[in-house]
Structure formats: structure tokens, C-alpha cells
Design a protein around this ligand. Structure first.
Ligand code: SAM
Ligand code: DTB
Ligand code: SF4
Length: 336
């Protein structure tokens, strides 16, 4: 495993545990807010610069028409969201986007495709995208759905730094949200990614109608993996018209902050990403999330199909909070 950027201690530290129980996690989540945040922030300071946030930019390299039925997603063919489906983008167009993202201060470029899984015929183009983005000095991330062992190895050999594949929620709540693939399918893909040497990015969504126990169980699943994901995106549901979750009530902002804090405590060396939903968060809510241990965000005007705070809004927030960016740390052993 690559040491996360800015991590100051080795992973043998007693804070980095893989034997969390749901009772322990539930007890942490039930602490008075200030006690929970103090604990999370103290750990955060121990492992990371508290005033540094890693910035990634997302690009949808293949949009819409997806065969899966994820209830939150605008890109599922089964959801009447009015989204126009596109083919896989050409490599040069993807690289143009990456150049702009780099100029805007992103250290990582995340390329997402609305697929159940990539087809083998797409692999050459995907590998060329990875090589081209890395040649610009940015870290690469992809999220393409399920992967076979062979596909994962090809992405690794092209130099892929991170693969994003979320567990999304707890195993017990998962069937309420997705029926076209299983929780175990997700864990299998994560295992391929881990085995290949690509850094693992895996998290989930808060605000899909799940209970506190489901949130706890999702984090216990991630924190009891043999190695914690290097990156843990915590998304706040973006309720998209036409999806099954379009009328979902907004999550209580302080409950969302509590989940960030719990993720920080249970996976103290992982980057915790404040992901989707920032457009609907106040500056104060985001500031509390950074205090609670979030140290990564998506920057730019768009996520995959929805809005994100643009550069000027984020620059103003980060300047106000005295937060700086974290530089890219590329894997150095990728065969090209
Ligand atoms: N198709 C691939 C897959 O599902 O693995 C990659 C793209 S998918 C959009 C990546 C992740 O984005 C999902 O697993 C989910 O956690 C998150 N996501 C998608 N739509 C969202 C929404 N409306 N609100 C919050 N998070 C969302
Ligand atoms: C993740 O956990 N969040 C990102 C990324 N991984 C690929 C995606 C958020 C998508 C939000 C809804 C949209 O823009 O379509
Ligand atoms: Fe398809 Fe991914 Fe959206 Fe699910 S989350 S419908 S797999 S694009």
C-alpha cells in the first residue's frame, strides 16, 4: 500500500484498527457532538495537515444509458431523468479536460463511465487515457463499474493510481437501492483492485433513507477490510428528478458531519472525501466537515451529471478557512 499523502506515521499504529464492531462504532456516533468532533479532529491532526485538502476533478467519459438500476443515479436507463446517453469519449477530448483541470489546481483526474462493467474492447482507449493524464503529472482515478481480475491488471499496468467503487450503503440496506448487482459483487471488484496494487477508493452515500445503524454498518464494512481504502468518498445524496430517490428528505447536516467524524476515527490514515452534495451544503457545514476530518473534495463546475460549486466559490471558501491544496503523489513503479 502506498503511504497516503501527508501521513506521518506507519500503519502499525494502534489507531489503525481492522476489528471495529458495530457496537463500538454506534457508541462513537452517539457521543455528544463536541466529544465526537474533538476525537476525530485530534486523530486528523495526528496523521494529516489539518489545513490541507486534496482536490480531484471528475469527468464523465461515458454518460447515461446504464444497465444498472441504482436508485440514486441519473444515468440508469431505468430512470426517466431525461439524460442523453453518450458513447465513450475520444482520448484527446479526455486529455483536453485533464489539462484544464490541472490548470485549475486539481492534483487528481477521475474518469467515470456509466457502465455495469467495461467491455474488453474499451480497454485500449481507457489505458491510453490513463497514460496521457499521468504524463501531465496528475494522479489518475477511474470508476467504470465491476472489473475482472484481468481488466484490473491492465489498468494497473497502464499506471492507474486509484479505482473508485463504492459500497454505497450497508449490506442490509443495499437491496432497497440496487437490485441488478450484489454487495458481494462490489466487494469482489474491490478485492481485485486491492490485489492489483491500485489504490482503493470506496465509500458511500448518506441521505438515501437509511438509518443510523445502516450508516454505522457501511463504515464498519469499509473499516474492517484487511486494508482500509486509501480514499473514502462520503457523498450526500443529490436527489435527482426522475430517480427513485427524487423525493428523499434532505439529511440533517449535523448527522452528515457525524458520519465524516466517524469515518475519520475508524480509518485515520485514509483520505476522507467530501464528495457529492457540496452544492447543497453551507460554508459552515463544509467547514465542520473539514474540522471533523474530511480532507479531499471534487472541484470544478460539475460532478458527473450534476452541479458542483465552481472554482471561484471554492477558492473563496478555502481562502477564508486558510486551506491549501495537496500536490499529486504519483505511483512510481507503473510499467508504461
Ligand atoms: N458506474 C460506475 C459505478 O457505479 O461504480 C461509476 C459511476 S457511479 C456514478 C459512482 C458513484 O457515484 C456511485 O457509486 C455513488 O456512490 C455516487 N453517486 C451517483 N449518483 C449519486 C447521487 N445522485 N448522489 C450522490 N452520490 C451519487
Ligand atoms: C463518488 O463517490 N462520487 C463521485 C465519484 N465517486 C465518481 C460521483 C458523484 C456523482 C454525483 C451525481 C452526478 O453528478 O451524477
Ligand atoms: Fe450505472 Fe454507476 Fe449509475 Fe449505477 S451508479 S446506474 S452502475 S452509472
Amino acid at each position: 500500500m502506498r503511504t497516503p499523502p501527508n501521513a506521518t506515521t506507519a500503519k502499525s499504529t494502534p489507531d489503525v484498527r481492522h476489528d471495529w464492531t458495530r457496537e463500538e462504532a454506534q457508541a462513537l456516533l452517539g457521543l455528544p457532538f463536541n466529544d465526537l468532533l474533538f476525537r476525530a479532529h485530534s486523530l486528523h491532526r495526528q496523521y494529516f495537515d489539518p489545513n490541507a485538502v486534496q482536490k480531484s476533478t471528475l469527468l464523465s467519459i461515458k454518460t447515461g444509458g446504464c444497465a444498472e438500476d441504482c436508485g440514486y443515479c441519473s444515468q440508469s436507463a431505468s430512470a426517466p431523468t431525461g439524460l442523453k446517453a453518450t458513447k465513450l469519449m475520444q482520448v484527446e477530448a479526455v486529455l483536453d479536460g485533464a489539462r484544464k483541470a490541472k490548470d485549475a489546481g486539481a492534483s487528481r483526474y477521475c474518469m467515470g463511465a456509466a457502465w455495469r462493467a467495461p467491455k474488453d474492447r474499451d480497454m485500449d482507449m481507457l489505458c491510453d487515457m490513463i497514460k496521457g493524464v499521468r504524463a501531465m503529472g496528475m494522479e489518475t482515478c477511474m470508476t467504470l463499474g465491476m472489473l475482472t481480475k484481468e481488466q484490473t491488471e491492465r489498468l494497473h499496468d497502464a499506471g492507474l493510481d486509484y479505482y473508485n467503487h463504492n459500497v454505497d450503503t450497508s449490506e442490509s440496506y443495499y437491496p432497497e437501492i440496487i437490485t441488478t448487482r450484489t454487495y458481494q459483487d462490489r466487494l469482489d471488484t474491490l478485492q481485485h483492485v486491492r490485489d492489483s496494487g491500485i489504490n482503493v477508493c470506496s465509500g458511500g452515500i448518506i441521505g438515501m433513507g437509511e438509518s443510523e445503524a445502516h450508516r454505522v454498518d457501511m463504515l464498519v464494512t469499509l473499516a474492517t477490510l484487511p486494508e482500509h481504502p486509501e480514499s473514502v468518498p462520503i457523498n450526500m445524496l443529490v436527489a435527482i428528478p426522475g430517480t427513485a430517490l427524487e423525493n428523499q428528505d434532505r439529511v440533517d447536516p449535523l448527522d452528515f458531519v457525524r458520519v465524516i467524524a466517524l469515518a475519520r476515527i475508524m480509518m485515520p490514515q485514509s483520505m476522507v472525501r467530501l464528495s457529492a452534495g457540496r452544492e447543497d451544503m453551507s460554508d459552515e457545514m463544509q467547514a465542520l466537515c473539514f474540522f471533523a476530518g474530511a480532507n479531499s473534495v471534487f472541484v470544478g463546475d460539475e460532478l458527473l451529471t450534476t452541479r458542483n460549486p465552481g472554482q471561484s466559490k471554492d477558492d473563496a471558501l478555502f481562502n477564508n478557512l486558510g486551506i491549501k491544496g495537496i500536490a499529486a503523489a504519483l505511483r512510481d513503479h507503473a510499467p508504461q
